[in-house]
Design a protein around this ligand. Structure first.
Ligand SMILES: [Zn+2]
Length: 452
């Protein structure tokens, strides 16, 4: 199989780490190697956007395909070929016509199947939506400004003021910013505790209001205080703003003074991360979050709380994160699954109990034990009565001393036997009661843990 590696990176993307042409090339080589494909050529379009097909390397690739030099085309991502659905389908059709396999190193596609081809088209539609909703031109203009170190000027963040079109430190506010970072890093406080502390000591927000979780969070998570501008954090996809992976962020030193050091900012970020992770593991509100796993893909199921209706749902994290193309397992209602689990656990404890009880092989149990204990008591009473009678006979000189002694001895050994049996039965009764008790405690624990 002779494969062509097609690489493209736009001028704008060249500024972003993780998009570099070298990294793409590396990934493609690895991928081709794994598939056992022979690399017939590398086609690079550096500094070209995907809005049209007017690209020298792409043209060369199409020509080589026509000349029968290539059996497969490998890209890092489908949008390397084109972001326009029309161009994209044309090219994929052209590949098909020449019997060329089209594959992406990061998206699981196989254009030799109808579903693979459909998927390719769906992804192309998304790519076009994305391109159109952002508008590469405006992005490019914005990026140039960022690269020059100017924050996109608007209302300055708390701690700064704007003077002559530049950010200057507002000392009074900057003091509060430093305090917030100190409380987070040195005192290990969370957003809420910091907010309530500031409110207690009478500090107000810029609007003169109370500090809250959100206002503290927006300060601790804003790299601007370390003198950094981060751009490209989000993108819009089908009209929704979504977060980009950190590897795609553009981080630049601004041309304005920092309020805190980069080191302190990073420390605060790791404190926040620690807290979040701790919070998640102690999540008592959603006890099954991260514990139950997807039966289709094996990833964890997490909670998705729809606040307005108070409905708690558990969803497959890989479906949520990567889309239904990766995993299509359904969302489950939280209350339902928790109830189901509780009944399952109770069933298991019940079975466990039966198992323990049945290990008292062939022994009497429960009611039978009580019955036997009662019988023994009656027997003991009867023996006691007999003993009394024998003494009476002796007193009335009906029997002599030797017979008395012999009879008493017999009765006493009979009594001892019965008493030891009775003792044994009492112990067994206790053991059974303990097992019953432990099982009911286990049930209560399970129920209260899951608050069902
Ligand atoms: Zn799944």
């Amino acid at each position: 199989m002779k494969v062509a590696l097609y690489l493209r990176v736009s001028t704008e993307e060249q500024a972003v780490r993780g998009y570099s042409i070298e990294a793409q090339k590396e990934a493609l080589r690895d991928y081709a190697l794994k598939k056992g494909w022979e690399i017939a050529g590398i086609y690079e379009d550096a500094g070209f956007s995907a809005k049209d097909i007017n690209r020298p390397a792409l043209k060369r690739l199409l020509k080589d395909i026509e000349d029968g030099k290539i059996n497969a085309v490998l890209v890092w991502r489908l949008d390397r070929i084109s972001r326009s659905v029309g161009d994209f389908s044309d090219i994929v059709e052209f590949f098909e016509k020449h019997g060329v396999i089209f594959d992406s190193a990061t998206e699981n596609i196989d254009t030799s199947t109808p579903s693979g081809r459909a998927l390719v088209n769906v992804l192309a539609v998304f790519a076009q939506f994305e391109r159109e909703s952002i508008g590469e031109r405006t992005r490019l203009g914005k990026l140039k400004k960022v690269q020059m170190g100017n924050p996109a000027l608007g209302l300055p963040p708390y701690g700064y003021r704007i003077e002559d079109g530049e950010y200057k430190i507002n000392e009074a506010e900057a003091e509060v910013v430093r305090l917030i970072f100190k409380l987070c890093v040195d005192n290990h406080w969370g957003y809420r505790k910091i907010a309530s502390h500031l409110n207690e000591i009478g500090l107000k927000t810029r609007q003169g209001g109370f500090w809250n979780h959100g206002s503290i969070s927006s300060i601790l998570n804003n790299p601007i205080y370390a003198g950094l501008i981060v751009w490209n954090k989000t993108k819009s996809l089908r009209g929704k703003v979504i977060k980009r992976p950190k590897s795609e962020w553009i981080k630049l030193k601004g041309n304005f003074p920092p309020i805190i050091s980069e080191e302190l900012f990073d420390l605060a970020s790791s404190r926040i991360k620690e807290r979040n992770q701790r919070g998640r593991s102690l999540s008592s509100v959603y006890p099954l979050s991260g514990i139950i796993r997807c039966g289709l893909c094996g990833m964890s199921y997490n909670v998705n709380r729809r606040k307005e209706r108070g409905v708690v749902n558990y969803f497959c994290s890989s479906r949520k994160g990567k889309g239904s193309v990766v995993c299509n397992n359904r969302t489950v209602n939280g209350t339902k699954i928790e109830k189901l689990l509780v009944s399952k656990l109770i069933e298991i404890t019940q079975k466990e109990k039966e198992l323990i009880l049945s290990s008292f092989k062939g022994e009497n149990r429960g009611e039978e034990i009580s019955k036997e204990i009662k019988n023994i008591s009656t027997a003991l009473e009867r023996i006691e009565a007999k003993r009394k009678k024998i003494f009476e006979l002796y007193e009335d000189e009906e029997i002599d001393k030797a017979i008395l002694k012999e009879r008493i001895k017999e009765l006493e050994s009979e009594m001892a036997l019965l008493k030891s049996r009775q003792e044994e039965l009492y112990l067994r009764q206790d053991r059974e009661k303990n097992i019953e008790h432990e099982c009911s405690v286990a049930k209560i624990c399970i129920i209260s843990l899951l608050k069902v």
